[in-house]
Design a binder for this molecule. Structure first.
Ligand SMILES: *[C@@H]1O[C@H](CO)[C@@H](O)[C@H](O)[C@H]1NC(C)=O
Ligand SMILES: *[C@@H]1O[C@H](CO)[C@@H](O)[C@H](O)[C@H]1NC(C)=O
Ligand SMILES: *[C@@H]1O[C@H](CO)[C@@H](O)[C@H](O)[C@H]1NC(C)=O
Ligand SMILES: *[C@@H]1O[C@H](CO)[C@@H](O)[C@H](O)[C@H]1NC(C)=O
Ligand SMILES: *[C@@H]1O[C@H](CO)[C@@H](O)[C@H](O)[C@H]1NC(C)=O
Ligand SMILES: *[C@@H]1O[C@H](CO)[C@@H](O)[C@H](O)[C@H]1NC(C)=O
Ligand SMILES: *[C@@H]1O[C@H](CO)[C@@H](O)[C@H](O)[C@H]1NC(C)=O
Ligand SMILES: *[C@@H]1O[C@H](CO)[C@@H](O)[C@H](O)[C@H]1NC(C)=O
Ligand SMILES: *[C@@H]1O[C@H](CO)[C@@H](O)[C@H](O)[C@H]1NC(C)=O
Length: 551
């Protein structure tokens, strides 16, 4: 049976095609598996095709910090397993990129900060170990906004990542290297982390899907931390199904004593296969709350395209049977909520000191947050060796902590907000709440902050969000398919299954995602002896960032 398929497919190949290369463009977990299991391609072919694409186009977007030197030998091991009839694991031979704040035993974990360039974990974080157990090929590490502290995706180690849809814009962030890389088909999917917006802003800005799961669903151990209250980790992918498969594997870590939030997971959310139910269901009768306070209705070049994309998408969902319920409560003001209740300034230093002094962290690295910023200095070219602690919440964190009396008031405010959000769901009998991830288009290169984002609501309450592509701005010379716009779909805690089901319906009804032009060409896979070195372009940093003297 297997041999027949093999012979048949090689005959087809001889008849139809010039090339034996696997086509990495917009590849999904299913398309890679189809190729492998029907004998069309080996795992080495698949991995080589992604590496070739990275080699050919990374210089245009600067998304990669490092490639895994072992990626090809891992592929060879998986080919051995395949020919032994032992190809197991939901992510068998799936090339995945990790945001470079996930600990890996075989590559440094830098947070894209030069201060951590030599920081070498001796063990994988539990989520990374789960990916490897499921057969994933960790292709390498992606750039992020330095230490995941903003949404521009510029760093002292990785430079500036460029949006693949518009060479004048940022890719969102902080997981902007992951987002840009997935949009450009550098991997099937990538990991991100989210303290305020960071799994959602890059999905929005790169026409991708992501999930920020309920706090506690995936252990955050072995990931460079910022906030106990707000940190979460999760996948960014080109389809809802791939998000669901990736989430299933990452959440398989289950209860982890080193992240006590994992004890909150209810029995009904343990060992769930989130992809299994993405085959049925309908939008008809679904009640979607539309958060009007999370829009900026000012007419401008940056806001109007977002409003138009959202309005058009919501009309299509209404036509598919969804009930749109306007939510006008003044409580839902993202600027006011963030100003009052963000916890990073209290929680960052304690968590970072614990991370940096962990016995599982080897290599040369600072062991406290204070000493990390004390290594701040300028290089011979005038460039910063560490991006300064320029944000108020970081400079406050350098002296403040969870013992600050304001912290208890903030936590009480978060409990109030969480109850108010539950009440909004109950009062309006909502299945989900929707709003644009960002009130304006993703900002231009050189801007000082990624303004207008709405991620704070889920970040503080811990409610899950799936981000989906909503549309594009009009095409221009710089943005030949337009600038992507994304929508957040926020659900109740532990409602991941229902939320992914809704997102899958939205994906089918709307069919918004488009690939960027720079990833539209076929790239012939090279035959590699070893994984090529890909160096980030550190000097590719807007002159305005962060204080004007970066080289
Ligand atoms: C099959 O793969 C599993 C997981 O990689 C491994 O533990 C096992 O030894 C393999 N079995 C054979 C027969 O190769
Ligand atoms: C949970 O873990 C955090 C971070 O390690 C710690 O600060 C907190 O005290 C723990 N909570 C409990 C109740 O043990
Ligand atoms: C709304 O958008 C306008 C135009 O881009 C901008 O000037 C203004 O600051 C925005 N307002 C808010 C509250 O973000
Ligand atoms: C807005 O876009 C139009 C059309 O592309 C352009 O002519 C105009 O200069 C832009 N306005 C601003 C303020 O950038
Ligand atoms: C809610 O706000 C929208 C748009 O801002 C408006 O059209 C609608 O009439 C408002 N609904 C209520 C009940 O106030
Ligand atoms: C939202 O909150 C900000 C900051 O508190 C305030 O300046 C702004 O006026 C508020 N927006 C609305 C629409 O009330
Ligand atoms: C880091 O260095 C820059 C340039 O010398 C300086 O402007 C900034 O204040 C320094 N930051 C810290 C936290 O020392
Ligand atoms: C406590 O937190 C407040 C609010 O962020 C901050 O202004 C203050 O400086 C902090 N106090 C100390 C002693 O760190
Ligand atoms: C929380 O809500 C209660 C009841 O509405 C109120 O009394 C209290 O001041 C609120 N606390 C904070 C910190 O917002």
């Amino acid at each position: 049976m297997h041999i027949t398929v093999l012979v048949l497919s090689s005959l087809l190949w001889t008849a139809c095609c010039q090339s034996t290369s696997f086509d990495s463009r917009e590849a999904t977990i299913d398309s890679v598996h189809h190729s492998l299991f029907s004998g069309l391609h080996s795992c080495r072919d698949v991995v080589s095709s992604f590496i070739s694409r990275i080699e050919a186009t990374n210089s245009q977007i600067n998304a990669i910090i490092t490639l895994n030197p072992a990626a090809l030998s891992i592929a060879d091991d998986l080919d051995d397993a395949l020919s032994a009839g032992n190809a197991t694991g939901a992510l068998f031979c799936i090339p995945v990129l990790l945001k470079d704040n996930y600990d890996t035993f075989d590559m440094p974990t830098t947070g894209a900060s030069l201060a951590l360039a030599g920081s070498q974990p001796s063990v994988d974080g539990p989520a990374v170990a789960a990916l490897r157990r499921a057969g994933a090929v960790i292709l390498g590490k992606a750039n992020l906004h330095e230490l995941a502290l903003e949404g521009l995706s510029v760093s002292s180690l990785g430079g500036q990542t460029i949006n693949p849809y518009d060479s004048t814009r940022t890719p969102g962030g902080s997981s902007g290297g992951s987002g840009a890389a997935v949009a450009a088909s550098f991997a099937v999917w990538a990991t991100g982390t989210d303290t305020v917006n960071s799994l959602r802003s890059p999905a929005s800005a790169n026409s991708l899907f992501s999930i920020r799961p309920t706090r506690g669903l995936i252990s955050r151990a072995g990931v460079i931390p910022i906030s106990y209250t707000q940190d979460t980790i999760g996948p960014i992918a080109r389809t809802v199904k791939d998000v669901a498969i990736a989430l299933t594997v990452m959440a398989s870590v289950g209860f982890d004593p080193t992240d006590n939030a994992t004890a909150l997971v209810p029995t009904s959310s343990i060992a769930v296969d989130y992809a299994a139910s993405l085959t049925t269901g309908t939008l008809a009768g679904k009640r979607l709350g539309v958060l009007n306070g999370f829009y900026n209705r000012t007419v401008s070049n940056e806001t109007t395209p977002v409003n138009e994309a959202m309005d058009a998408l919501l009309s299509r969902l209404r036509a598919a049977g969804a009930n749109l319920v306007p939510i006008n409560e003044t409580l839902y003001n993202a600027t006011a909520i963030a100003a009052a209740l963000d916890t990073q300034r209290f929680e960052y230093r304690e968590l970072m000191d614990t991370y940096l002094s962990s016995p599982t962290l080897a290599g040369v690295h600072p062991t406290t947050l204070t000493s990390l910023y004390a290594t701040n200095s300028t290089g011979s070219g005038g460039e910063f060796l560490v991006i300064p602690a320029e944000y108020e919440y970081v400079t406050t964190a350098l002296r403040s902590s969870t013992s600050n009396t304001t912290y208890a008031t903030v936590q009480a405010g978060i409990r109030n907000l969480t109850l108010a959000l539950q009440a909004t769901f109950s009062r309006n009998r909502l299945d989900a709440i929707v709003y644009p991830e960002q009130k304006n288009l993703v900002v231009k290169l050189g801007a000082r902050s990624q303004s207008g984002r709405n991620g704070i609501l889920a970040a503080l309450t811990g409610f899950p969000v799936v981000t989906v592509p909503a549309g594009f701005s009009e095409a221009t010379a710089e943005a030949p398919v337009g600038v992507p716009v994304g929508m957040e779909i926020l659900g109740r805690p532990w409602g991941e299954r229902e939320l992914l089901g809704l997102a899958w319906q939205v994906e089918r009804v709307a069919r918004v995602r488009r690939a960027p032009v720079l990833a539209s060409g076929f790239v012939e896979a090279k035959v590699y002896r070893e994984v090529p070195m890909i160096m980030p372009n550190r000097r590719n940093v807007p002159a305005a960032y962060p204080v004007g003297t970066l080289g």
